[in-house]
Write a protein that binds this ligand. Structure first.
Ligand SMILES: N[C@@H](CCC(=O)N[C@@H](CS)C(=O)NCC(=O)O)C(=O)O
Length: 239
């Protein structure tokens, strides 16, 4: 059994975690072979507790025995550790800083606002909905006419955001709004690019939700249910 002394790449993950999906997408983009280890978040493995003693959360990437924690830091690490293929961050320092800014924005704003959408009710939920739509509009403005956030190539900000869009159907259903109506150009642009470029077969969550690159998902069965379960787990355990 592999442990922290093992050579190679191990990903401690939870199959529907959007944070874990970021790491899986980055590893797939780079063509890195790795061992996937599913964690039971209700009964965390000694390896997870040892590798991420501060937050005790997945994902954790263990590379040649050295653990790296926090999904955005893991994606940047993957980009630097395997630099020869599919650059995820731009080379130019200012463009790199901008990419980090927007990925951080996705973490701080999209995720936190989404939690409010699911947890608040009545007027407070209405306010959360307005805030969420405003956040999507800011992202829409940053995307502009570009195919991906970084330009022509799928990259760091796309990886930060794509897994969270698989939750959009749940948000829409729960909070009663339509992302497509609220930010139509972003819907057409970003989701179209992700569908067309990243996945040959569009993966669509039930109804009209945003697409998720299919090759990065295990199965399309009951995605909505799984997303809700994961969302509940993530929300419940981080508040
Ligand atoms: N900021 C972290 C968030 C990771 C996270 O929230 N992971 C959840 C699963 S989706 C987790 O491990 N929860 C278990 C816990 O909080 O005890 C990242 O980007 O990696």
């Amino acid at each position: 059994m592999a442990d922290l002394e093992t050579k190679g790449v191990v990903l401690l993950d939870f199959w529907v975690s959007p944070f874990g999906q970021r790491c899986r997408i980055a590893l797939a983009e780079k063509g890195v072979e790795y061992e996937y280890r599913e964690e039971n978040l209700g009964d965390k493995s000694p390896l997870l507790l040892k590798s991420n003693p501060v937050h005790k959360k997945i994902p954790v990437l263990i590379h040649d025995g050295k653990p790296v924690c926090e999904s955005l830091i893991i994606v940047q690490y993957i980009d630097e550790a395997w630099p020869d293929r599919a650059p995820l961050l731009p080379a130019e320092p200012y463009a790199r800083a901008q990419a980090r800014f927007w990925a951080d924005f996705v973490d701080k704003k999209v995720f936190d606002s989404a939690k409010n959408l699911l947890m608040l009710k009545g007027e407070a939920q209405e306010a959360a909905k307005e805030e969420f739509i405003e956040i999507l509009r800011l992202l829409e403005g940053e995307l502009g006419d570009k195919k991906y956030f970084g330009g022509d190539a799928f990259g760091f900000v796309d990886i930060a955001l794509v897994p969270l869009t698989t939750w959009f159907y749940s948000f829409e259903t729960y909070a009663g709004f339509s992302v497509e109506e609220a930010v139509p150009s972003w819907w057409r642009g970003a989701s179209g690019a992700w569908r067309g470029q990243v996945s040959p077969t569009p993966f669509t969550t039930p109804s009209k939700s945003m697409s998720m690159p299919r090759r990065y998902l295990d199965s399309e069965e009951s995605l909505h249910l799984r997303v809700c379960v994961c969302m509940s787990i993530c929300v419940c355990m981080s508040i």
